[in-house]
Design a binder for this molecule. Structure first.
Ligand code: HEC
Length: 102
């Protein structure tokens, strides 16, 4: 029992330590759940315009710009995902989109 909760505590710390980096695998899972209805979220998506595929965004936006557009979406059609994509999840999403750049 004690061991199990220690392990969980250690995992929690590791998760916090890497929050700045962002976990691209987690970001992809979020993308497949919340973003795929509008965006192409797969690697190598065609350069779709409206809305752009994540692979295209990765090419023409820097990670900082991607972050800014998630926190403050520029288009009225895009729901305010930042309201539930709290903290580390935004890092994960930025990491995933940025990882699509070839
Ligand atoms: C209801 C449809 C919809 C959903 C769902 C959606 N988006 Fe978007 N998104 C858009 C549209 C439309 C644009 C284009 C805005 C523009 O360029 O004016 C956009 C643009 C963006 C951009 C900026 C692209 C650029 O040109 O810089 C990012 C980043 C982005 N979305 C991320 C996300 C993420 C992350 C999710 C999921 C958490 C998501 N979107 C879910 C519709 C959507």
């Amino acid at each position: 029992m004690v061991r199990a909760s220690l392990a969980i505590a250690v995992m929690g710390l590791a998760g916090m330590a890497s929050a700045q980096e962002g976990n691209a695998t987690m970001g992809r899972q979020i993308a497949e759940e919340y973003c795929v209805s509008c965006h192409m979220v797969d690697p190598g998506g065609p350069f779709k315009q409206d809305p752009p595929s994540f692979a295209a965004i990765a090419i023409y936006r820097s990670p900082d710009q991607i972050r800014a557009r998630i926190v403050q979406p520029i288009h009225a059609d895009m729901p305010r995902y930042s309201e539930y994509m709290i903290g580390g999840n935004i890092d994960d999403m930025v990491a995933y989109i940025a990882s699509l750049e070839e």
